[in-house]
Write a protein that binds this ligand. Structure first.
Ligand code: SF4
Ligand code: SF4
Ligand code: FES
Length: 387
């Protein structure tokens, strides 16, 4: 097939920048990475990009295609070529470009190292001298975070990092959650204190671009939400972001609404409220806030209260509660209520049915399989392997 590519070329030594177009002949199964190999081998040996495994494992080949981060070795070109599209390929965002599609990963690794990405032992050794066994339910909390391959695609698209380069970022925070959620790690409180400081958990803008672009289903934003839930459950809630989250929970439980007008007085106190009156008046003049908060309770507030009661009774606090919520949302998103999986995937135009634990996976596991079927189930096994 004929594939057209426009590639942003850049040389940090000279500052030269140019958009070059290439037309190549590639096999139908070619990925973006295969196409770059063809460009380099047969058309322009000076093109610079990173690669290693060619199978979505090493995380080397992160780059942008048409403005969104992708793994080049995961991106098939057949449909794009058939449509006659010529995608624009460029280096990842939020990291300095060294040459063409190669970025300087040092800032990325500095944040990664700052998370202390290793188990800090101190857990009680089992008395019989055997291995430390962890329940499946506990491992489900960090199942997705453990899939990270450090490719940087999430960092490339992070809004918060764009405005605050010191923000720890989605990859580092997801890595932090991988250890906070591990029952063998003995530094949970220190970690949560560190991650809750400025540039940490609460500086995320919740844009969800990291979830959207992660090629491995890690869902870093969800990991950050779990860190927030863990921090609050441990009483680490000095940050304004934590205070806001707590007020919204309280507000939803008592009235069934998010009472935003009361957010500032309830969380920042009267002095701060007075200081922000000018801003509040501005909001009111644009119809964005009500002049006087009107006490109002939702008709179905009982449902919100029952939900809180249920969560309390089940004692699913912190990240455990979040995993349970993910599972419920996945069920709703996939129309899983009252229908079997087979029925859902037999619907006209349904997405391909994902593999389930025990069936193996040709394309990696999707978020439905991770969020929906793992809790309380056996660990995922490859097709045909014994338990
Ligand atoms: S959700 Fe948060 S961490 Fe993820 S990309 Fe947006 S700002 Fe960054
Ligand atoms: S969280 Fe996903 S996108 Fe981010 S570095 Fe890990 S694998 Fe890549
Ligand atoms: S080359 Fe290893 S992830 Fe693409």
């Amino acid at each position: 097939m004929q594939v057209g590519l426009k590639i942003w070329r850049y040389d940090s030594a000279t500052g030269e920048r140019a958009l070059r177009e290439y037309e190549i002949d590639a096999p139908e199964e070619a990925t973006l990475l295969d196409c770059l190999d063809i460009v380099k081998d047969r058309h322009d040996g000076s093109l610079a990009y990173r690669k290693s495994c060619r199978m979505m494992i090493c995380g080397s080949c992160g780059m942008r295609m048409d403005g969104a981060a992708v793994l080049a070795c995961k991106t098939r070109m057949y449909d794009i070529a058939q449509e006659g599209r010529v995608p624009v390929v460029s280096a990842m965002g939020n990291l300095p470009i060294v040459k063409d599609l190669v970025v300087d990963m040092d800032p990325f690794w500095d944040k990664f190292k700052a998370m202390k990405p290793y188990l800090q032992p101190g857990y009680e050794q089992p008395e019989d001298g055997r291995e430390y066994r962890i329940t499946q339910e506990r491992m489900n909390v960090i199942h997705k975070e453990a899939l990270c391959i450090n490719c940087g695609c999430c960092v490339s698209e992070c809004n918060a990092m764009e405005s605050d380069p010191e923000f720890l970022g989605p990859q580092a925070l997801a890595k932090g959650m991988r250890f906070v959620g591990d029952p063998r790690d003995a530094a949970t409180i220190e970690r949560l204190e560190q991650y809750s400081q400025e540039h940490g958990i609460w500086d995320c803008t919740r844009c969800y671009f990291c979830n959207e672009r992660c090629p491995k289903g890690v869902d870093p934003r969800d990991a950050i939400a779990k860190l927030g839930a863990e921090a609050i459950s441990q009483g680490i809630d000095r940050d304004m972001g934590a205070k806001h989250a707590k007020w919204f929970v309280r507000s939803a439980e008592t009235t069934g609404w998010l009472r935003e007008e009361e957010l500032i007085p309830k969380t920042q106190g009267i002095v701060s409220t007075v200081k922000q009156m000018k801003f509040a008046m501005n909001l009111m003049s644009h119809g964005k806030a009500r002049p006087v908060p009107v006490p109002h309770t939702a008709k179905d507030v009982g449902e919100a209260r029952n939900l809180h009661k249920l969560v309390r009774e089940q004692d699913k606090r912190g990240a455990l509660g979040h995993v349970q919520g993910e599972r419920a949302l996945a069920r709703l998103a996939h129309g899983h209520v009252g229908e079997s999986l087979e029925e859902i995937y037999a619907r006209p135009n349904a997405a391909p049915r994902p593999f389930l634990p025990g069936e193996g996976s040709a394309q990696g596991v999707g978020s439905l399989t991770q969020a929906d079927v793992t809790p309380g189930e056996e660990p995922t096994r490859g097709r045909g392997t014994e338990a």
